[in-house]
Design a protein around this ligand. Sequence first.
Ligand code: IMP
Ligand code: MG
Length: 179
Amino acid sequence: MNKDIEKVLVTEEELRNISRKLGEKITKDYQGKKLLIVGVLKGSIYFLTDLSRYIDLPCNIDFIQASSYGSETVSSGTIKIIKDIRDDLTGFDVLLVEDILDTGRTLKHIHDMLSKRNPKSIAVVTLLDKPERRVADISADYIGVDVPNEFVVGYGLDYNQFYRNLPYIGILKREIYEK
Ligand code: IMP
Ligand code: MG
């Protein structure tokens, strides 16, 4: 295990099972629809690539990137779109893919913005949910697993852009971000 990790929260095997379970559910729910999978960069990339291989349907895949200015472990309310997707979402059933739903501010901003582009539907799938911390009025339609109010990294999630490549999700030692 990486020396900066306090505890592994979700193992590689559990991650694989989450993707399989959610992918199979999404496959059932999106039969006959015009699916557009939208990953929120950068945290969702590992989850999206695994999840999408369990979605047995024709689909488009695109990415959106937002930045929020705040301290390093908590997002602020000010969100800016750095990379956008197509303008016209007419006819598309959009599935937003997130790494973690924390305060919900980022996803709420993206959801509201895309809602104005005439999609047929928008749903949210998040690998991790930290319901205790929710501020914005948004919830996920598909949730991998709930996590406690701890700062977690790995499998796409970062601290200061590091640790994304850990193959599991772990709690980062407090001394790393409190020093
Ligand atoms: P929100 O706008 O507060 O919901 O923040 C969402 C974004 O903050 C996520 O997409 C993550 O990039 C980041 N984030 C929130 N909590 C954590 C965490 O525990 N570890 C790593 N990133 C986090
Ligand atoms: Mg992020």
